[in-house]
Structure formats: structure tokens, C-alpha cells
Design a protein around this ligand. Structure first.
Ligand code: ADP
Ligand code: MG
Length: 349
């Protein structure tokens, strides 16, 4: 499928490893003051002065983390960068550099890698991070990509998973569950296409969901917003595996309990409608859907007036003593234990 899309097909061997690196990175620009040396030497050189430096790495394996039959390479490159930057923003830090390492089989022509790098470089440009290095090697099968993101923050302003205190408020950015429903739509269309390759699906209704799945965005804006509001969160995490799972990470790392309220969970109307269509419970999807890349954090009660009414932020619960446990209070006022279900149980329910 990938091969068919490319009219021109240059074999990687024709360029050689160095030629390939040069081609993929030829138009990389460096914008960050902290980048002293980018691509081209044995190592990049960064200078964060008096700031603390924050580093995070993720590896993505074809067939495990992504499926190229409905994820175009450009989108994959974009998403891989964004997902890594999200981890930096989840430390309440600014992101400044990335490195990108790839292992590729000879099934990929140079043109396919150019497409992947277009996505990577677009994300780098939009999020204003410098691509400062990486590694290029071969794999016997499929594509493996590892991205490292680097960022910085003033001393004592980095936010960990471990700082939540009883009576703190639990806040989430944006809305939940859309990326998971986007995946449901894409998987359904893939099946339809396998049966009838001439089908022309009308996906307009689901644009928001598909975008959230294929082209997620990381909340670069939140650290800036919280700084402006003079709110220092007590703990923070990004939502990659689902709200439930991440809320439990916060409570266990902080040695506290957490109570969330079903009626407070922010859901887009398109998510609610599509859940009905798929016969899925929208609360289950919001709790366990994953890949939303929103931020979940806690703030002291005293800071409530500073965030109140902000359209980006929703208070969804509060922190309790550890022995109170972790609960979701339903609309019918029942307390249900929070569980880290992940994706699969949704499919089975
Ligand atoms: P070495 O053999 O010393 O590891 P390489 O030839 O692998 O050096 O890399 C040369 C330069 O190109 C380095 O600056 C490296 O960070 C960069 N580089 C290598 N592969 C990639 C890649 N896939 N994406 C971005 N930069 C890369
Ligand atoms: Mg190398």
C-alpha cells in the first residue's frame, strides 16, 4: 500500500545512510536560544543556564503502536513528536528540542521517509522545538521510531506526579474520549473498505474525532496559561492511557485518594452522539479511551477563583486522604471504584 502511493521510488541504498540523513534533515532550522549545536557533530550541545532540564523518550513500533494502513506517514511523524512533547508539558515545562531515531526496513522508499519527516518537521515548527539529532539504522521488518523530547523550566516550577494533597481540586484540560472514538470510526471504515474498496465513506460528521486520533495536539498552552494565572499545580500528568489510569497514577504517586464526578467529565457533543451510535457508554469512553493528550492536574483550593470559568479547564473532582480510596461518583450518586481499564475492556463491554 505504501509503495503504491509513491510514483517515484528511490531505494535507501542509493543514498546511503549519510546521504539519507542529509536529505531528511537538510531544511532543519534552529530557533531555540538553548541550542548551541544541532545535527552534524557527534552530539548536540544545549545550554539551559540556571533552568532545570526535563527529558522524556518514547518508542513507537509498527503494528504495536501504529497501523500504516490508516495512519499516513506524515500524520505518524507529526503525532510521534506531539505525543513526546505532551510528556514535557505534563511536567509544567516548556519544550525546546527533540531527537528522532528510526529503524527502517528496505520496504520503505526514501520518498516515504521524506513524508514521515515532513510530519516531524511540521510538528517541530508549530511547537517551536529544534530537531537536534537522532540515529538511523535498518530493521528487518517494519518501522520503529524513538523520539526524545527535551525541555526546561525555572527552578521549583517543575510539577511532578507526586505532589497532590488532600482537599486539592482535580482539573482536566479540553475534552475527553474523542481520540478513542476517532479510532473506532477509522477501524469501522477500514473494515468497510476491505469488503468494498469502492465505498466512499462520508466522514464529515466525525472530522473532530478523526483529527483527535490522527493529528492530536499537545497542551503547550497550559503551562503558559497557568503561569499567567499565577497557579502552580501541585501534581500533573498527561492523559495518554485514559483519565482513570492517569488519575490513579496521581493518587498512588502522591499517596492520596481521588474522587471524580461523572457529571463533571468534559465530553464533546460529537463524542456523545458517536458513543450512542456505537452503543458505548460515553463515561466509560471518557475514563478509559486514551490518547487524548490532555493534561490532568491538581491545584490547591485557594487557587480555584483563578481558574474558575476558564473554558480550557474543568474541575472534575478532588483529592482525599489515601485511606478514602479512588472513586467515581455517578450521576445517580453511587461511588464506583476507579479502575485502570485501558482500551480493551471498552471493546468487550
Ligand atoms: P554517529 O555515527 O556519530 O552516531 P550519525 O552518522 O549517526 O553519527 O549521525 C550524524 C548526525 O546526524 C548526528 O548529529 C545525528 O544526531 C544526526 N542524525 C542521525 N540520524 C538522524 C535522524 N534520523 N534524524 C535526525 N538526525 C539524525
Ligand atoms: Mg549515530
Amino acid at each position: 500500500m505504501i509503495e503504491d502511493k509513491h510514483t517515484e521510488r528511490t531505494n535507501i541504498e542509493d543514498l546511503g545512510e549519510f546521504g539519507l540523513i542529509k536529505q531528511l534533515t537538510r531544511d532543519v532550522e534552529l530557533k531555540q536560544a538553548s541550542t548551541l549545536k544541532g545535527i552534524g557533530d557527534d552530539a548536540a550541545v544545549l545550554d539551559f543556564k540556571a533552568k532545570e532540564c526535563v527529558i522524556s523518550t518514547d518508542m513507537l513500533v509498527e503494528g504495536v503502536h501504529f497501523d500504516l494502513s490508516y495512519m499516513p506517514l506524515k500524520h505518524l511523524g507529526y503525532k510521534a513528536v506531539v505525543v513526546n512533547l505532551s510528556d514535557i508539558y505534563a511536567m509544567n515545562a516548556a519544550a525546546s528540542q527533540i531527537t528522532v531515531s528510526i529503524a527502517i526496513s528496505n520496504r520503505f522508499p526514501v520518498e516515504a521517509l521524506e513524508e514521515l519527516y515532513q510530519g516531524i518537521k511540521t510538528a517541530a515548527k508549530i511547537y517551536k522545538v529544534d530537531l537536534v539529532g537522532g540515529d538511523t539504522t535498518t530493521s528487518t521488518r517494519g518501522l520503529i521510531m524513538s523520539i526524545t523530547a527535551i525541555g526546561y523550566q525555572d527552578k521549583n516550577k517543575v510539577v511532578y506526579r507526586s505532589g497532590a494533597k488532600p482537599n486539592d481540586l482535580v482539573v482536566v484540560t479540553g475534552d475527553l474520549g474523542a481520540a478513542y472514538m476517532g479510532l473506532q470510526i477509522l477501524e469501522r471504515e477500514k473494515k468497510v473498505f476491505e469488503v468494498n474498496p469502492n465505498s466512499q465513506p462520508d466522514l464529515d460528521l466525525y472530522t473532530y474525532l478523526i483529527e483527535r486520533q490522527l493529528k492530536p495536539e499537545a497542551r503547550k498552552d497550559i503551562q503558559i496559561l497557568l503561569e499567567a494565572l499565577e497557579v502552580q499545580p501541585t501534581s500533573m500528568i498527561d492523559i495518554s492511557d485514559g483519565l482513570s489510569s492517569e488519575a490513579l497514577h496521581l493518587s498512588s504517586n502522591s499517596e492520596v485518594g481521588v474522587t471524580l464526578y461523572e457529571e463533571k467529565l468534559p465530553l464533546d457533543p460529537v463524542v456523545i452522539n458517536t458513543c450512542e451510535e456505537f452503543n458505548l457508554n460515553s463515561t466509560t469512553v471518557a475514563l478509559n479511551g486514551g490518547e487524548d493528550y490532555e493534561l490532568l492536574f491538581t491545584i490547591s483550593q485557594e487557587d480555584y477563583t483563578k481558574i474558575k470559568g476558564n473554558p480550557n479547564l474543568t474541575v472534575i473532582g478532588h483529592i482525599t486522604e489515601k485511606n478514602s480510596g479512588n472513586y467515581l461518583v455517578t450521576r445517580s450518586n453511587e461511588s464506583v471504584a476507579l479502575k485502570a481499564q485501558g482500551w480493551n475492556p471498552i471493546k468487550n463491554s
